[in-house]
Design a protein around this ligand. Structure first.
Ligand code: PEP
Ligand code: MG
Length: 588
C-alpha cells in the first residue's frame, strides 16, 4: 500500500515512529441502532445508569490524582463531573430508551444530538466550547457501555496515540512510558493537549485533517512534530529518513541542553536576556531546566479561562505569590487579563461581530473595572515578593494608557488607605501589538518602564490576517518589511527614551528571526521554555557584527522573499542543524 500523509498543526517538536493506537472515542457513528423488546427496556436503562455511575467514579478518581499545582486541569474535570451528575442530561438519554425503545448507546447519542441542536441554534463560541465538553463526557460514558475497552488504560505497549480529542482528564492519565507521541483531530496550538505535550516533551500534532476512525490500528506510522505530519504506511525510504532525523534530533537536543544554562552572549560580547512565556504555574520548572532567565510573559488569563466563574482576589494573590517566590530572584512579568477574541472565559458569552477588533484585553478590563481592580490588587499584593513586573496588553495609544495608569494609581491609593503593602516602584510596561501603538511608540515610551512587542498580534493586525484562520496562515510572514520596520522603530523609540524592550511573540522562538532581532539590539526575548536552549545556542555562536550587517541588508530590502533568502543563507552557512529542524522557511 502506498504511504499517505495527513497534515495538522505541529505543537510539540520531535519524531515518533511506532504503532498507532486509536483511542476508542467519538464512535457514536459506528454504533448499531437496536430496537428493544418491551421487556428489555428496564435492563437497558439500568445499563445506562451504571455506565454514568462508572464514568463518574473514574473521573472522581482522576480528580483525586491531580496534583495541587495543576489546578487549571482540576477545574475542567470538575465541570465534567458536574455534567455527569446533571440529572437532566442523564434523564434525557434514559427517556430515549423508555420512549423509543432503543439501546443505551444510541439513546446516549440522541441525547448528545438534542443538545447539539440547541447549542447550534444559539451559535456562539462559548457555547460551542461547552458542547465539546458534553461530547467528551458522553464519550466517557460510551466507553463504559461498550465495555471500557479502548481507553488510555487499555494501552499495553508503546504506541502513538491517535484521538479525536484529548480532554484534560485524559491528559492527566497520559503515561509517557507508553505514549510516545500523539495526534488529535481537534485542537490548536494553545489547547490543553498541546500545552501538555510540550511540557512532557513528547512530539504532538493537533487539528489533523482526515484523522478519522478508519485508521488502521496497530500499523506502523510516523508522527512528525516538526512539520505537523502523520505518515501512514510509510515506505522504507521514509522510515529510514525519519529514523535518521530522530537520531539527529536527539543528539542535537543533548548538545543544546548542555549549554542552556550559560548566558546568551555573542562571541563579541553582546548580551541578550532570554526569558520564558508561560501559561501555567507548573511550567516554571521547565523554564529553569531549559535555562530561562526569568518569565517575560505570564499569560494570566488561563486561570480565568479554566475557572467556572471569576477567580477571587485571594485565589489570584495566592497564584501570583507562589509564582513570584518560585521564580525569585529572577524576574516575573505578569500580563494583566487578555481575554476576548479567541481567549474566552468559561462564563463569557461573546456577542461581537469582530471579536479580534472588539472588547479584548485592556479594553475588556477598562469596561469591567471590578474584574480589573481584583487582578491589579492581587498583582500589587504579590509585588512584595520576588521580582514582579506588571504589563498591560493591547494598548492602542496614549490616551488609553493614561486611562489605565489613572485607574492603576486609584487602586494603589485604595490599598494604601487599607494599609496593604505593595511595591510602589514595581516596573510597569505595555505590550506593543497594534499598529497604532507602533506608530506612537515614541510617545508611549515616555510613560512606561518597558515595552514588550507581541508579534503574534502585531502581525495579525498589521498584515490584516486572523491569527486563528488556517486559510490565511500562509500570509503570516514575520520578516515582512512592514513587520521588520515596525519592530525596529519600536526598539529605537524605547532606547531613545532610555527604556528596555523585550519581544515575546512566537517570532522570538524562530531561529531565522533571531539574528535580525539581535542586529536591532533587542534587550530581551521571551519564548516557550523548550525553545530556549536552541535559541540560546544561536545567540552564543553568533556575532553582533554579522547580525548588524544582516539587519542592514534586511532594512533596505523591499520584499519578504528577499528577507527570507537573506536570513536563510546566513542560518544555512552558520547553523545548518537548525535548518534541519525548523524548516518552515526552507520548504517554500
Ligand atoms: C502576542 O500577541 O504576540 C503575544 C505574545 O500575546 P498573545 O499571543 O498571548 O496574544
Ligand atoms: Mg497578544
Amino acid at each position: 500500500m502506498p504511504s499517505r500523509t495527513l497534515y495538522g498543526i505541529p505543537v510539540s517538536a520531535g519524531v515518533a515512529i511506532g504503532k498507532a493506537y486509536c483511542l476508542n472515542r467519538n464512535h457514536f457513528s459506528g454504533m448499531a441502532r437496536q430496537t428493544l423488546g418491551e421487556e428489555d427496556v428496564p435492563r437497558e436503562m439500568e445499563r445506562l445508569g451504571h455506565a454514568f455511575e462508572a464514568a463518574l467514579q473514574d473521573l472522581e478518581r482522576i480528580l483525586s490524582l491531580v496534583p495541587e499545582d495543576l489546578k487549571e486541569h482540576a477545574a475542567i474535570i470538575e465541570s465534567h463531573l458536574m455534567m455527569l451528575r446533571d440529572h437532566k442530561f442523564r434523564k434525557r438519554a434514559l427517556d430515549h430508551i423508555e420512549n423509543t425503545r432503543i439501546n443505551a448507546e444510541w439513546a446516549l447519542e440522541r441525547a448528545v444530538g438534542d443538545l447539539q441542536e440547541v447549542f447550534a441554534a444559539i451559535a456562539d463560541e462559548y457555547l460551542r466550547q461547552r458542547m465539546q465538553d458534553v461530547r467528551l463526557v458522553a464519550e466517557r460514558v460510551l466507553g463504559k457501555l461498550v465495555g471500557g475497552e479502548g481507553g488510555l488504560n487499555a494501552i499495553t505497549h508503546r504506541a502513538i496515540l491517535l484521538a479525536h480529542d484529548l480532554s484534560p482528564a485524559d491528559t492527566i492519565e497520559l503515561d509517557v512510558n507508553k505514549i510516545m507521541a500523539f495526534a488529535t483531530a481537534q485542537g490548536g496550538k494553545t489547547s490543553h493537549a498541546g500545552i501538555l505535550a510540550r511540557s512532557l516533551q513528547i512530539p504532538a500534532v493537533v487539528g489533523v485533517e482526515g484523522l478519522g476512525d478508519d485508521l488502521a490500528e496497530g500499523n506502523i506510522i510516523i508522527l512528525d512534530g516538526f512539520h505537523g505530519r502523520i505518515i501512514l504506511d510509510p515506505d522504507e525510504d521514509e522510515l529510514a529518513r525519519y529514523t535518521d532525523l530522530q537520531a539527529q534530533f536527539e543528539s542535537y537536543q543533548a548538545t543544546i541542553m548542555r549549554s542552556c544554562q550559560l548566558p546568551a552572549e555573542t562571541i563579541d560580547g553582546y548580551r541578550m536576556q532570554v526569558l520564558a512565556n508561560i501559561e501555567l504555574f507548573e511550567e516554571v520548572v521547565a523554564v529553569n531546566d531549559n535555562g530561562g532567565e526569568g518569565i517575560g510573559l505570564y499569560r494570566s488569563e488561563y486561570s480565568y479561562m479554566s475557572h467556572g466563574g471569576m477567580p477571587t482576589e485571594d485565589e489570584l494573590t495566592e497564584i501570583y505569590m507562589d509564582m513570584a517566590s518560585l521564580v525569585a530572584p529572577k524576574k516575573l512579568v505578569i500580563r494583566t487579563l487578555d481575554v476576548g477574541a479567541d481567549k474566552l472565559m468559561r462564563m463569557q458569552v461573546p456577542s461581537e461581530p469582530n471579536p479580534a477588533l472588539g472588547l479584548r484585553a485592556i479594553r475588556y478590563c477598562l469596561k469591567h473595572r471590578d474584574v480589573f481592580r481584583t487582578q491589579l490588587r492581587a498583582i500589587l499584593k504579590a509585588s512584595v515578593l520576588g521580582n514582579v513586573s506588571i504589563m498591560f496588553p493591547m494598548i492602542s495609544g496614549l490616551q488609553e494608557l493614561v486611562e489605565v495608569k489613572k485607574f492603576y494609581r486609584e487602586v494603589q491609593r485604595e490599598m494604601h488607605a487599607e494599609g496593604i503593602c505593595f511595591r510602589e516602584d514595581m516596573p510597569m510596561g505595555i505590550m506593543i501589538e497594534v499598529p497604532s501603538a507602533v506608530i506612537t511608540a515614541d510617545f508611549l515610551a515616555r510613560e512606561v518602564d518597558f515595552f514588550s512587542i507581541g508579534t503574534n498580534d502585531l502581525i495579525q493586525y498589521s498584515l490584516g490576517i486572523d491569527r486563528t484562520n488556517k486559510d490565511v496562515s500562509y500570509l503570516y510572514q514575520p520578516l515582512h518589511p512592514a513587520i521588520v520596520r515596525s519592530i525596529k522603530w519600536v526598539v529605537d523609540s524605547a532606547h531613545r527614551a532610555g527604556i528596555e524592550v523585550c519581544l515575546c511573540g512566537e517570532l522570538a522562538a524562530d531561529p531565522f528571526c533571531i539574528p535580525v532581532l539581535m542586529g536591532m539590539q533587542v534587550d530581551s526575548i521571551s519564548l516557550g521554555p523548550h525553545a530556549i536552549p536552541g535559541i540560546k545556542r544561536i545567540v552564543r555562536q553568533a556575532s553582533m557584527e554579522e547580525c548588524s550587517a544582516l539587519l542592514k541588508q534586511v532594512m533596505t530590502s523591499q520584499s519578504v522573499a528577499r528577507n527570507n533568502k537573506l536570513v536563510r543563507e546566513m542560518i544555512f552557512r552558520r547553523f545548518p542543524e537548525e535548518l534541519m529542524f525548523y524548516s518552515s522557511l526552507v520548504d517554500e
